[in-house]
Design a protein. Sequence first.
Length: 270
Amino acid sequence: MPSVCLARPRILVFDSGIGGLSVLGEVVAARPDADYLYVADDAGFPYGGWEEGALVDRIVALMDRVIGEMAPDLVVIACNTASTLVLGPLRARFAVPFVGTVPAIKPAAAATRSGLVSVLATPGTVKRDYTRALIDTFASHVAVTLVGSHHLAALAEAEMRGEAISADLIRAEIKPCFRRQRGARTDTVVLACTHYPFLVERMRAVAPWEVSWIDPAPAIARRVVQLTGPAAPEEAPRALRGRALFTSGRTQPPGLVALVERYGLVPVAA
Ligand code: DGL
């Protein structure tokens, strides 16, 4: 049973940048009738290298502001680097339900046949206690390689803005995911940063062998439907579903504006 069942819920989707659009796309497909506010903390991007205490304070303060302004029915933290750190403090402070995005280690451990799984994430996510606990709880029978990429999120943003990204750069970032051990090879890679699904076809093209790439976005959309109920039938599909707020207040490049508009969002300055 959904805990709320709303005809037109207000859903806030949050990421450090535009990677969270990979989650937003699935959530919109599941609840096209909802009203959306997408918040990109581009003034703080990338989150991967932030000191943990400072990042918690930053995100809690930002949520104070945007939750106060929008009064959402549900918040999706579409960022692994944030979710693995601040879901606890956010749930303690706000009454609104939060859906987090955390490394999909459980489904990867269930799916692997070779027993070799890699988790491709930001440097912040790979060092979190939360990520270690997921491995201990769900993947103790599997060899898990944690790969903290310093550049992939920024490369994904550049590609999303329409810039040309070389295959060699992508190849170098994903190379440590591909392991051989006692005759077995990695067969499953968890995309544990919401930016990475935007590069998955490029990654596939330069991967040394074929693997399953696990994107958690469909599971997050299912969780949103569990909590808000199914979509109400719409008389006509809406072109505009909400706003995208960028904390930097910078004018966004045309490639990015076009991308955000494809999701039915109009960019607004903070
Ligand atoms: N999209 C974010 C994630 O899922 C991280 C990007 C960053 O800020 O480094 O982890």
